[in-house]
Design a protein around this ligand. Sequence first.
Ligand code: SF4
Ligand code: SF4
Length: 499
Amino acid sequence: MDKKPKVAFFDFAGCEGDQLQIANLEEKILDLLELVEIVSFREVMKEHSDDYEVAFIEGSIQRPKDEERLKKIRSNADMLIALGDCASNGCVNKLQKDWSIDEVEEEVYPEADDEIEDNELFSNFSTKAVDEVVNVDYYLRGCPVRGDRVLNFVEKLVKRPVDTNKDIDFGVMLRDKEVDERSLVNYNPNKCILCRRCANVCQDVLGVDALGPVERGWETIISTPKDIGFDANGCIQCGQCVAVCPVDSLYTDTPVEELSEKLKEGTQEFAIALDSIAVASFIQEHPMLSDMEPKQAERYFIASLKKMGFGKVVQYEHFLEMSREADEDNDEPVLASWCLPARNHLEAEEIDSLSVKDKNGPWNKLLKEVKGEICLMSPCSGLKAVEGLDHVISAPEMIDLFNHLDIQIGFVEPASGDYDGKLASDDFKHPGIPDDREYFKVTADLEDELAEADLEDGGVDVFPCLNGCLSGGGNHPTADESKIKKRIEIAIELREVRS
Ligand code: SF4
Ligand code: SF4
């Protein structure tokens, strides 16, 4: 650049620690001023001008009026740089996603008067990274970013050859780690806010230890010590890390696009099996269905699935029941056939008496009994790893599927809204609902071995999903106890056989 570029710093939601790092450059700030003309920097100067070429944005975007302000800045600037992690990926502000606005109000402002309650922050509240609102040319990551890194970036920017286009890699972009797609669980390091929830649940709660933070400082990512992939490090495919990740940095592959294309084509015969727990989670989050009686909501849902192109809709509990009966007939451990993560866990512990065969798994019963291309709506993301199941869809993905096919549930009359074929028997209880833990029957041999391996019979160690299947990665994630209770009530009602 021939003349000094004009630079402005802007702050949105954040602690302003990134700007502070620049202010703290002390005498080196003179080097920065040699390179650029700073026209706006609220933390260190009063003057402000809208005449700038380069805009540094600190903080995440919370309110509609912040979005408008950011768009205006983008239209003024030739180049826009996300400064620090709040701007680059939302950082800790993204944790807000787990809380409803009512919970935030209750927790932070329990005595709130009407004036606070009417505040637009509470009526329009969501956290976005800068690139969810406008284009970002460069990212300077860090929490906070290092002042020297900013100085180094500006130096390279100003001293680059005049004909260099913006795509030049200054070595200060996103983390240079690739998205990790080697396991059932995929990991995008650029979205990760390093909250460590996944590591806490996998290491401390489940005792599996398949993933955790590796490297140091700026280089820190979630991986395995020898970078061998989560599956290779003993992952039991429970999906809990995906369920607790607040920013979808951990995710499983979605079947939505392929499924919607095929359903639109309509050339194949499709069947779908519904697990009541995933349906309960779906109903709970749906604006119309959540106001209906659970069984009525389920009938509307099934009718919409049929309109979507699923010729046959079956109840998954029927196959869970078959699986349990097959285990009981063979005097095999009851819990191990229907719960894939539990089985993987016991196998990882090298429990010798675990002789349960795949043929007893409910998914194999389903594949054997039902014809056509099969989709399973399940609370267990671990089932995405089962070979032979054509599509395994979660409750949130089901919403995407309806959107892709532009079908409005609740507007399709439930004339055909019942299950086709067999249902579970009257006394069958879904084994993944916590009040059904009596299903953790194990053989005497296995009981001894569990004790030796320091695993509890019926405890979280054996049954690896917290709150039973209710917290499986295929449900809408929630940490709200009242919501979990409600979900149990809906699921219990749905699993009961219709008269
Ligand atoms: S799926 Fe379960 S076992 Fe695997 S990495 Fe995630 S939390 Fe750990
Ligand atoms: S992957 Fe998700 S849960 Fe794990 S540290 Fe990153 S943001 Fe947190």
